[in-house]
Design a protein around this ligand. Structure first.
Ligand SMILES: [Cu+2]
Length: 587
């Protein structure tokens, strides 16, 4: 047993690919061509304002007391341009913050120092196909890929992470992620908190071995539900706490987790004030009692700590339900919290849910991970802020932030006939528009003329629904839950009904309408929806949206400027790696 565990431990990160190939859930892996390439050189016709070398390689980080944790990480340096284009972060495995300005020409030379193929995507950045990090551009160990693009985004918080076919989840989990901050004149003119009062909060969850090493597997229930960790880490640190001054702060919140969804709320009862979404600043600040943030999403929140002088304010995730398959919610008490795991009670003592000591529920594999995870939808502490200092000055919340163009159906080329993004399943695999991933493939409904704007609809279509173009969804009665038990008389559509954070590459989109799940509907729960529906912010631009079970989301997306293959996929990284990904072909 001991040898078995040690062997598995060694395999965890270094051989993610091999363990995937062995997975009974994804037999298709072995038949696939392995894509890996020689990279891309710099072009002589491109004159960069900023040039950066970025290396991904194995390293170490001190995360927990005791032995250091082996991680994979990005490290960067400025080759040309302003030295603050690369801001390394201390005491974390996270990559440096890349800081760009709108209009800048950027060249990034990515070097693969990892023992497997690898590519990186600039999530949120509107860049040419050659610079988007499509999995077909993945490079072999020792190779480099040169990205060249002009920063077209307005001021916004974006991020970078791996996009390697079938191992994105394993590579991101190993530590490969970093923020991209885009600035522009308009945003700099606003009296928003800056410098030490402008704070990134990257939310992730991890599970550790007794030896402080990262535990990951993508099989069985983890493939179906997504990886869910036993500890929350913020900016790469567990039990995150910081001393703040009694004044206003700007927090750039990124959900960098593989599959966890957070329902953010302040412990002092104040609403959450949102000033920016994925696509940057809103027209004016909005408040919500709580804020739902799915994997891949960014929100900037403004917080005034003046009323809490001398006290502690906690950023929590509150209970919610109705977003996981019914079987899961039944097992975990429909959003119920783990015994003794109130705010702050989530340290080592919180391990071993379901009563068994660690290891009892299947050891180090996916069942071991599931046995120890913090349930999706339970309540827990994310970060603590001690308002320990007085501030001489603060910045007031601006009433208006910037002008935003609001798109309507009349701005689209297909106002009466939205292009579908149908979430379904083929047996145990999730599908988009009835299909799983094809490296270079795109259906007619996935093909768009460049410089057109389209109305699109994300909806759930499990269980044999006829697709618009004649594609037939198929379901089987086999259990997708691995060893999690029988599903009674439930049909496939109900078993597979869960939330999916859908990410569209390319230009940001706007949400124009949400249709809630129907009461008694096959795919979703209207009751569960009540626990999340006040936490959406649809006033701005986005690149990722949480599609709740049974929900129908209408959005408007421009396909501007660049031709080529741009992905759309589920940002639950285990779903993405399980082929819930397709191409938009822009021609
Ligand atoms: Cu998904």
């Amino acid at each position: 047993m001991k040898d078995d565990i040690d062997l598995k431990r060694r395999r965890l990160i270094m051989a993610a690919g091999a363990s995937l190939a062995a997975s009974p859930v994804f037999p298709v892996v072995l038949k696939k061509k392995v894509f890996g390439g020689k990279g891309r050189e710099a072009t002589s016709a491109f004159f960069p304002d900023v040039e950066i070398d970025l290396v991904a390689s194995p390293g170490q980080a001190r995360i927990l007391p005791g032995p250091a944790t082996r991680v994979w990480r990005y490290d960067g340096r400025v080759v040309k341009g302003s030295p603050d284009a690369v801001l390394p972060l201390k005491n974390t495995y996270l990559g440096p913050i890349l800081k760009f300005r709108s209009g800048q020409r950027v060249r990034i030379r990515l070097h693969n120092g990892l023992p497997q193929k690898f590519i990186t995507h600039w999530h949120g950045m509107h860049v040419p196909f050659e610079a988007d990090g499509h999995p077909s551009q993945a490079i072999d160990p020792g190779q480099s890929y040169v990205y060249e693009f002009t920063v077209e985004n307005r001021a916004s918080t974006n991020w970078y992470h791996p996009h390697t076919n079938m191992v994105t989840g394993a590579q991101a989990y190993a530590g490969l992620a970093g923020l991209i901050v885009v600035e522009d004149e308009e945003e700099r003119a606003l009296p928003l908190p800056r410098g030490e009062y402008d704070v990134p909060l990257v939310l992730q969850d991890r599970t550790f071995t007794e030896n402080n090493q990262l535990l990951y597997a993508r099989r069985g229930p983890v493939a179906m539900l997504g990886f869910l960790g036993e500890r929350i880490v913020v900016n790469g640190r567990p039990d995150f706490a910081m001393d703040v001054a009694g004044r206003s702060y700007r927090f750039r919140v990124l959900n960098g987790s593989n599959s966890r969804i957070y329902k953010l709320a302040w412990s002092d009862g104040e609403p959450i004030t949102v000033i920016a979404t994925d696509g940057g600043l809103l027209e004016r600040p909005v408040t919500r009692p709580y804020l739902m943030i799915g994997p891949g999403e960014r929100y900037e929140i403004w917080k005034d700590f003046r009323p809490a002088q001398g006290r502690e304010v906690v950023l929590e995730s509150l209970e919610y339900r109705g977003i996981m398959p019914p079987m899961y919610e039944r097992m975990h008490g429909a959003g119920g919290s783990r015994g003794g795991m109130g705010p702050g009670g989530m340290g080592a003592g919180g391990r071993g849910m379901m009563g068994g000591p660690r290891g009892m529920m299947g050891g180090m594999g996916p069942m071991g991970i599931m046995a120890r995870h913090i349930p999706q939808g339970s309540r827990f502490t994310i970060a603590r802020f001690r308002v320990s200092r007085k501030a001489r000055e603060t910045s007031e919340l601006p009433a208006r932030l910037r002008k935003l163009k609001r798109l309507g159906p009349e701005d689209t080329v297909n106002p009466g006939k939205p292009r579908p993004i149908a979430i379904g399943n083929r047996g145990r695999m999730f599908t988009l528009n009835g299909e799983v991933f094809e490296m270079h493939g795109a259906l007619p409904i996935e093909t768009f003329k460049v410089n057109t704007t389209h109305l699109m609809e994300i909806f759930h279509a499990h269980g044999g629904m006829e697709m618009e173009d004649g594609h037939q969804e198929s379901g089987t009665a086999s259990s997708p839950m691995g060893g999690m038990g029988g599903m009674g008389g439930m049909n496939m559509a109900m078993m597979m009904a869960m939330v999916h954070p859908i990410h569209l590459h390319g230009h940001y989109f706007q949400i124009v309408r949400r249709q809630a799940p129907e009461t008694g509907g096959m795919h979703g729960s209207a009751e569960g929806y009540e626990t999340v529906k006040d936490g959406f912010v649809d006033e701005g631009y986005q690149d990722t949206v949480l599609a709740m079970p049974g929900e129908r989301i209408t959005l408007i997306k421009p396909f501007d400027k660049y031709k080529g293959l741009f992905l759309y996929h589920c940002h639950n990284l285990e779903h993405e790696d399980g082929e819930m990904m397709r191409n938009f072909k822009v021609v």
